[in-house]
Ligand binder design. Structure first.
Ligand SMILES: NC(=O)c1ccc[n+]([C@@H]2O[C@H](COP(=O)([O-])OP(=O)(O)OC[C@H]3O[C@@H](n4cnc5c(N)ncnc54)[C@H](OP(=O)(O)O)[C@@H]3O)[C@@H](O)[C@H]2O)c1
Length: 266
């Protein structure tokens, strides 16, 4: 049996794409998933040809409650025993909370939390049997930040992801399973365009915007070392430290410059 096999959600763009490349370079066999077929097919081909690893893909929308089981069955049928589950797919909602239809909130919560729970539940059982496994949860610096004036539910959901990851570590470390909550800050990907907040991202100072490849490199290294939390880049390590120790009443002093539009009603 091959020992290094990973499933990556949201593999076709940004952080997930770079994680997939990094894992292929390390010799992982991969199952890639996202909603659009063409980018999945193209990436699978590139990774196979570049790194000589086994790469298959399964198209799926994580807004659909059936998708996690479809992905698990796909892995079973193709003979993959997943040793690393990467829960990465995500987006945000930019419309004000009171204007966002409830069904849009439900679909958002399904992708960022219920699908993460469902996939973890499905793949964890095989990891328990194998007495080893890693789970990477792509969370966010938003998990440590004060509530944002845009994206009302994004921070709370990422806080949940961190706490869920902690709970997995508490209950399953003794069975050889480790979960890593990766908390990136601003990363240059399609996320801000897809989420309708590109205008805010454009106003963020350049030194705060990190490349997806750098974030992925630190995320994969920390996960394979079994670290519980990973905040990629020194800039965001410092910011998370300050978010933990400074009184929240001081945040407006620097948030207007560092995170324009997010914490101020302008
Ligand atoms: N970029 C940042 O500044 C930043 C900072 C902190 C945390 N994060 C987190 O990082 C993760 C990855 O985001 P990213 O920045 O790399 O964004 P991205 O470039 O927009 O990539 C998102 C990926 O998720 C897939 N996806 C989106 N909705 C999906 C759905 N309903 N079902 C299945 N797949 C779906 C997309 O492919 P398809 O469109 O084909 O489905 C794409 O592959 C997210 O969890 C995000 O919250 C991002």
């Amino acid at each position: 049996m091959e020992t290094k096999q990973a499933l990556v959600t949201g593999a076709t763009s940004g952080i997930g794409l770079e994680i997939s490349k990094n894992l292929a370079e390390r010799g992982f066999s991969l199952v890639l998933t996202a909603r659009k077929r063409e980018p999945l097919e193209a990436l699978s081909k590139t990774l196979r040809e570049t790194y000589g690893v086994r790469v298959e893909y399964c198209k799926g929308d994580l807004e659909d409650p059936k998708t996690p089981q479809v992905l698990y069955d796909f892995c079973q049928q193709r003979g993959f025993t997943i040793t690393l589950l990467v829960n990465n797919a995500g987006y945000s909602l930019a419309t004000p909370f009171h204007e966002t239809p409830m069904d849009a909130e439900e679909r958002f919560l399904r992708v960022l939390s219920l699908a993460v729970i469902a996939l973890t539940k499905l793949f964890l059982k095989d990891m328990i049997k194998a007495k080893q496994g890693n789970i990477m949860m792509i969370s966010s610096v938003a998990a440590f930040a004060p509530p944002s004036s845009i994206q009302t539910l994004y921070g709370p959901v990422k806080t949940f992801v961190n706490r869920f990851s902690e709970g997995l570590n508490l209950n399953y470390n003794s069975m050889g399973i480790k979960s890593t909550a990766v908390c990136p800050g601003y990363t240059i990907t399609n996320f801000h365009t897809a989420s309708g907040v590109q205008e805010q991202m454009d106003r963020v100072p350049a030194f705060m915007k990190k490349s997806a490849s750098r974030v992925a490199k630190e995320a994969v290294a920390a996960t394979l070392q079994g670290k519980k939390v990973c905040v990629p880049t020194k800039t965001f390590k410092l910011i998370v430290f300050l978010l933990k120790v400074l009184p929240h009443s001081l945040f407006p002093l620097f948030s207007k410059r560092l995170a324009p539009g997010r914490y101020n009603h302008e």
